[in-house]
Ligand binder design. Structure first.
Ligand SMILES: [Zn+2]
Length: 551
């Protein structure tokens, strides 16, 4: 406990000295899958904590902003000190990660005006991806987003924060603020420079893009991924930067996460709670909250476990050489470490079964993190972790009637039909999930009436089956003997039965050639605006964590 006290007094001192950066300035990084990759330092407004001097942080920030229009505050000596700091912190990050430095990081000092100009230019690129309309409508059909939710409006509203500085892996330049004292920028630099090291060793933008497969063969329908998930790779990138960030804070106390592994758990829970209780997150659907916090919180815990079990080599170079393939492997590091090989759930081509009356609108995976978000969205927060850890695979396909073009169909979920297959570790959990899904129907649709189902005889009967009539047609939830739960929505009973039979016949045939599909929520990372949203959350988590041990 001496260690805790020591850290507490150090952090208290730190807080007095470093109030602006520690409380107000939170680094933001994002790696959109466009042509650029970027790291921002945002100044967050709206935190209500009181500083040790009794002045609210809002006051401090307002005063700083008012005082610092375009005026250069830093002396030449300070600027020199800051430039030297980069080398020192970069060396720390290199030692902490075991990743060699390949070049000095280019650095520049920026004024508020520079930052605002660059930020405006970057944000101008933040066009809402038109192609995301299909994913968004699928998310609504599946209940991940409310049917009347406006994703674009929400993300734009949530990302109106002031940008104070940034780091840009595209130009390999780190930009530092000319109005914030050098020592206040240090912990942020530790996080940023970890990205610079990752970039020098693995080419971050390319490495992140490797999780995606070119989609030219799938012009209008599926978003096929060649195995690895973007969210899992993102968790490695941010999880490593979080480890270095916390190690940098722990360093004066002579500690590191490697020798104090329990500290992560001590810090992350209250930190995440503080962030999810914030206004930014309060109105966000669970899928956005889960995806927003995952790379930082999930990534940090994953990296912490690797560090604990396999040392630096496994946690840093190892995670880049063999990244986790999906959110399941990040959430269950032991599954990653033992190289678990889950056969993926795939939905075969159903167009013939559907008499060629339907075409595929969209398809993808439903991962462990997606399922956790769904459970939390529909009232099962307390057991969401426990149930989702029993996930054993999942996939969906949404269909639209062929007599309507894809462009015409995107008006509402009523035009879509859905097939969702999930697989579970035990019959008990599969049955529980089937019950949960059926219960949630009344929250997802305006009307939900349970209908009687004819008794089944023969060998292929389901363990249980529930049929519910809604304003968008029937929802049928079937728990099968192979621990899978098959859901169909907006197909009539006879068509749904044909689809279930086709799934059963295809199960063994398609597995050999099946590829895992990108998780639904993970596809949010394709949106630059979501990247910024996630970074705001992530850096608030970082900031809260650095405060947590002092409580
Ligand atoms: Zn970052």
């Amino acid at each position: 406990m001496d260690f805790c006290r020591e850290l507490e007094s150090r952090l208290r001192k730190n807080r007095e000295e470093h109030i602006f950066v520690r409380e107000r300035g939170l680094m933001k990084c994002f790696l959109p899958f466009g042509s650029f990759a970027f790291c921002f330092l945002f100044v967050i407004s709206g935190f209500g904590q009181q500083s040790d001097s009794g002045q609210s942080l809002g006051d401090v920030a307002r005063k700083l902003r008012k005082d610092t229009t375009n005026e250069v505050k830093m002396t030449d000596a300070d600027a020199k000190k800051l430039f030297e700091t980069v080398d020192r912190v970069f060396a720390f990050a290199a030692e902490d990660t075991g990743m060699p430095k390949h070049a000095a990081v280019k650095r520049r000092l920026v004024s508020k005006g520079d930052v605002e100009n660059d930020a405006t230019r970057q944000l101008a690129k933040q066009e809402f991806a038109q192609s995301f309309a299909q994913e968004e409508l699928s998310m609504k059909k599946l209940g991940f987003l409310p049917r009347d939710f406006n994703l674009k409006e929400f993300l734009v509203r949530s990302t109106g924060q002031e940008i104070a500085a940034y780091y840009d892996p595209e130009t390999k330049v780190i930009s530092m603020l000319n109005w914030v004292p050098p020592e206040q920028q240090e912990p942020i630099l530790a996080h940023e420079l970890t990205h610079a090291l990752q970039d020098q060793n693995y080419n971050l933008a390319k490495w992140m893009k490797a999780a995606r497969k070119p989609e030219e063969n799938h012009p209008s329908s599926t978003s096929t991924i060649d195995g690895d998930s973007q969210i899992a790779r993102k968790a490695v990138v941010e999880g490593q930067a979080m480890v270095v960030y916390l190690d940098y804070i722990l360093k004066p106390a002579g500690r590191s996460l490697e020798d104090t592994p329990g500290l992560i758990y001590q810090m992350e829970d209250p930190a995440v709670k503080a962030v999810t209780d914030s206004q930014l997150m309060h109105d966000a659907p669970m899928i956005l909250r889960e995806m927003g916090t995952f790379a930082y919180q999930g990534g940090l815990i994953f990296e912490g476990e690797l560090l604990h079990k396999g040392g630096k080599k496994m946690a840093f170079a190892g995670a880049f050489a063999r990244p986790p393939r999906n959110s399941h492997e990040v959430l269950q590091p032991e599954a990653y470490m033992r190289g678990e090989n889950l056969p993926s759930v795939n939905i075969p081509d159903m167009r013939e079964v559907l008499n060629n009356e339907y075409d595929v609108y969209d398809s993808g995976g439903i991962g462990e993190l997606d399922v956790r978000a769904l459970l939390k969205q529909y009232g099962e927060r307390k057991i969401a972790n426990e149930v989702s850890s029993e996930w054993n695979g999942g996939a969906y396909t949404t269909f639209h009637r062929k007599d309507k073009a894809v462009g015409e169909v995107a008006t509402g979920t009523g035009d879509l039909a859905l097939l969702y297959v999930s697989r579970w570790k035990t019959p008990q959990v599969a049955e529980w999930f089937a019950g949960f899904y059926a219960r949630a129907v009344s929250q997802r649709y305006h009307s939900a009436t349970v209908q009687a189902v004819p008794a089944c005889s023969g060998t292929n009967c389901a363990v249980s089956i529930v049929q519910i009539a809604t304003e968008e047609g029937l929802v049928i939830v079937e728990h099968r003997k192979d621990n899978s739960v098959v859901v169909s929505e907006s197909f009539d009973a006879a068509t749904a039965a044909k689809l279930r039979a086709a799934l059963q016949n295809a199960t063994t045939a398609v597995q050999a050639e099946s590829l895992p599909q990108e998780e639904l929520g993970s596809r949010l990372l394709e949106l630059p605006a979501f990247q910024i949203f996630a970074q705001q959350i992530g850096e608030r988590i970082a900031e809260s964590m650095s405060r947590e041990p002092a409580r």
